[in-house]
Design a binder for this molecule. Structure first.
Ligand code: ADP
Ligand code: ASP
Ligand code: MG
Length: 606
């Protein structure tokens, strides 16, 4: 059998100058001695940014089609130059655009997903002994128009991993300007440390929560198709970071990025929910609360804090039902502690502890829901159609979890399995006992948090709201449905918050304000300039006190937490953007992630 090819991808900085291109050619030629090589390259240096700036000089709102036409030229420059550099070394090579290869995408300019990759043209060139140099980030829309599409900024990683999947490559190597995946962005925290390995689930969360080193969709494909993936420096021969995946399901390559957004439905039928209603909205409260629970070894599952109301918050958490009584007793003991303040302010008479037994947690899981606005909405709609009311919602990039009444559990599973066409997977466990509790820390800036207030507490509300956003193609991140239930006109209501990219914020607010009367909620609020700090680690679920340590690190610096959302492997806190870097550094240090020597990131050539 022929040797499986290797796919190597080089980012902008790695091909930022003629010298860099020649160094890349050396490396590729060396690899090509032992195996067929397909190279994917980005545009040189910051040239994509330069093209964006040019367009903005002409139009404040350029057509997405013309933007794709423009931006795709960046990669065309580097593929031609790299092929020439290879040929200069005596290594036969040929460059190909996305369209020439046959990278077929959906017809969504500026954020197209890959549908199919033909491999025969590449294969013919490989068989002829050539290195094939493919333009990353671009494809051609299906249909007869030969439209050029791009995959979204940072999308060359996705081109590379998709090609590796289609070619059944031996591995995909992503070469970049840092030694691999680090515990956080070294440009913000120079003492970040290299990871030897990270699981796909962890990397998906990190990449989607701000670790721009890998395009999240690349990780999604690696996970779904079992592509061995490494990220390493194009400056050294160090091994870099391996991204490890569970054994892939046997998937067809057709519809590559579009089929199967969800690959499992999980039910935890025996949970209980404890809520603190009306706790003071100031730094240190969540820290005190969860430190105390941790100190008493209470295993907390989900933590949910939605938007504040006036100067108070509600914080809810779930525990195993067997722990419910103990959790309640501890919670009641903690209330007076929450209210001690330097000014001697008394507040415990306002704080209420409520306990709901007979709760189940139902989740959909899958790498394919990233950035796909409609998937959470479909889950909410499916539950609504089954007449099931959602109590709290907490999302991560690969999971949407809702608490519902336990009696509805089996029906929820049946409805979701049918809708998403998956088998029920009772014990699909992403949590590994050997993984560190916190593998890395990520920062996501440039988001806004939107609150929808006083939503009638009945089935179908979240479904309507998120379906409307999905219809406008607005990607929604971190949804949190709060605990507080307030009576408005004798009907219980709840609040819900979620984050969107800043550029989508105005559209989202206008849309939701317009919908208020129809759907029946009261009002819409917005907090601009939000940053999200997140800790990610597959070992987190096995250890109590991890979330508490994060909250404490923020509290020690007087940083207020605006909302909290968790999954088994991550805890995210929204904070004000002006404290973002300080928060990132504090959390990184708190988990002992600071390395001994700073990481130097080479400056990109222009
Ligand atoms: P390329 O042009 O090679 O695709 P990118 O700029 O897209 O490079 O990604 C590499 C950059 O990602 C690094 O220079 C670093 O600043 C940033 N980064 C953010 N988070 C991380 C992280 N956790 N580990 C490594 N790099 C990170
Ligand atoms: N050149 C594109 C960008 O700058 C794609 C990439 O580098 O991955 O976003
Ligand atoms: Mg990149």
């Amino acid at each position: 059998m022929a040797t499986a090819p290797i796919v190597q991808k080089f980012g902008g900085t790695s091909v930022g100058s003629v010298e860099r291109l020649q160094a890349v050619a050396q490396r590729v030629a060396q690899t090509a001695k032992d195996a067929p090589v397909v190279v994917v390259v980005s545009a040189m240096g910051k040239s994509t940014d330069t093209l964006v700036a040019l367009a903005n000089e002409i139009s404040s709102n350029p057509s997405r089609r013309e933007m794709d036409m423009l931006l795709s030229t960046g990669e065309q420059v580097s593929i031609a130059l790299l092929s020439m550099a290879l040929q200069e070394l005596g290594q036969p090579a040929i460059s190909m655009t996305g369209a020439q290869v046959g990278i077929v995408t959906e017809a969504e300019h500026s954020r197209a997903r890959i549908l199919k990759i033909s491999t025969d043209r590449i294969q013919r060139q490989l068989d002829a002994g050539k290195v094939v140099v493919v333009a990353g980030f671009q494809g051609m829309a299906s249909g007869d128009e030969f439209e050029i599409t791009t995959l979204g900024r940072g999308g060359s990683d996705t081109s590379a991993v998709a090609l590796a999947a289609a070619l059944h490559a031996d591995r995909c190597e992503i070469y970049t300007d840092v030694p691999g995946i680090l515990t956080t962005d070294p440009r913000l925290v120079p003492h970040a440390q290299l990871m030897d390995e990270v699981t796909c689930d962890e990397m998906l969360e990190l990449a989607s929560l701000g670790a721009t080193v890998l395009h999240p969709r690349a990780v999604e494909i690696a996970r779904n198709y079992g592509v061995p993936l490494v990220v390493r420096s194009s400056w050294t021969n160090e091994p870099g970071t391996r991204i490890t995946a569970p054994a892939p399901l046997d998937r067809a390559l057709a519809g590559l990025e579009l089929v199967h957004p969800v690959d499992a439905v999980e039910l935890n039928p025996t949970e209980a929910k404890i809520s603190f209603v009306r706790v003071p909205d100031r730094p240190g409260i969540a820290a005190k609360l969860f430190s105390e629970l941790g100190r008493r070894q209470l295993d907390v599952d989900l933590i949910v804090q939605s938007i504040h109301e006036g100067n108070t918050n509600d914080i809810a958490f779930t525990v195993a039902d067997a722990d419910a009584e103990r959790a309640e007793a501890i919670a009641r003991e903690i209330v007076p502690l929450l209210c001690e303040s330097e000014s001697g302010e008394v507040c415990d008479r306002d704080v209420e502890v409520t306990v709901s037994r007979d709760i189940a947690k139902i989740s959909i899981v899958g790498a394919g829901m990233i950035g796909r606005p409609g998937v959470a909405a479909q889950m909410f709609a499916t539950l609504a159609a089954a007449g099931i009311s959602i109590q709290t919602i907490s999302t991560s990039e690969v999971k949407v979890s809702c608490t519902i009444d336990r009696v509805d559990g089996d029906r929820a599973v049946a409805a979701l399995c049918q809708f998403f066409q998956v088998e029920y997977s009772p014990n699909r466990d992403v949590v590994s006992s050997t993984a560190p509790s916190v593998r890395g820390v990520a920062l996501d800036r440039g988001q806004a948090q939107i609150g929808v207030l006083h939503i009638p507490d009945k089935a179908g509300m979240a479904a309507q709201i998120f379906a409307a956003l999905a219809d406008r193609n607005i990607s929604v991140y971190t949804i949190v449905q709060s605990e507080r239930c307030r009576m408005v006109n004798n009907f219980p209501t709840r609040d819900l918050s979620f984050t969107v990219n800043s550029e989508d914020a105005d559209t989202a607010v206008a849309l939701l304000t317009e919908l208020a009367a129809t759907v029946g909620y009261e009002s819409v609020t917005i907090e601009r300039d939000i940053a999200k700090v997140s800790i990610v680690g597959a070992g987190m679920a096995n250890e109590s006190g991890v979330a508490a340590a994060m909250f404490t690190a923020l509290a020690d610096r007087g940083i207020n937490i605006l909302s909290i959302s968790t999954s088994e492997i991550k805890t995210s806190c929204a904070i004000r953007a002006d404290r973002a870097i300080e928060a990132l550094q504090a959390v990184h240090t708190a988990f002992g992630l600071d390395g001994a020597t700073p990481i130097e990131v080479p400056k990109p050539a222009r």
